[in-house]
Design a protein around this ligand. Sequence first.
Ligand SMILES: C[S@@+](CC[C@H](N)C(=O)[O-])C[C@H]1O[C@@H](n2cnc3c(N)ncnc32)[C@H](O)[C@@H]1O
Length: 239
Amino acid sequence: MNNGTLFGIGVGPGDPDLITLKAVKVLKQVDVVFAAASTKNGYSLAEEIASTHLKEGVRIVRLGFPMTRDRKKLRTAWEENAHTVVYSLRKGKDAAFVTIGDPMIYSTFGYIMRTIREKYPDVPIEIIPGITSYQAAAAAAGEVLAEAEESFTVISGALGAKKLREVIDHTDRVVMLKVYREYKEIMDVLDQLDLLNGSVLVSRCGLDGERIVRNLEDGIDSAPPYLSLLLISKRGRWK
Ligand SMILES: C[S@@+](CC[C@H](N)C(=O)[O-])C[C@H]1O[C@@H](n2cnc3c(N)ncnc32)[C@H](O)[C@@H]1O
């Protein structure tokens, strides 16, 4: 029996209309859907977005990915999850691994894809891109990401503002994802670099509770939700 194909599918950043026709077409055909879920609460936004497009009787499997930086624990989780996915594909059924935004940027799909390529190189994998969170945020905020000769750099704020300090002198604009945990430190550094005035915080873009905050210099008392990012420009406001 031939292996089924694994489709890595980006379902867009939250707004259920921001999913591609191709993603919908493939979701309607697959027999199994894998979704990365927090090991804390088992919730998967990607699964929720995909759910309205699935054929009847499809099997949905949530894969737990621990929120840890312990490489050994992570590696074990990737290998176990890759094994679960491949076990299902070996039955000849196609499967989708759904991911928020695009699967090729800051997604658990990347780890699964690499582990499968390494350990099970005969398994066919296809990737269907999705609209990223920062594209949707730029559109919602009406902010250009780059024009003319400008560059923009996408960084993670998961470890704080160190990356921002590294890149800011070499790029025109910065998109920072995963800002929620180290938000206070990131705000302090934006202030020190005189960047608060040119930055926009976008939270839960396209979802209930969406917030677009421009007056960051006024301060935000509490940390924003997990689904939050910053659009940062050196040139004052992006208009
Ligand atoms: C693991 S990354 C996923 C990135 C995703 N693959 C993409 O293409 O945008 C999670 C981070 O993406 C950002 N994000 C995802 N969806 C978002 C949304 N609807 N609104 C604001 N930020 C979002 C947040 O910075 C969040 O911490």
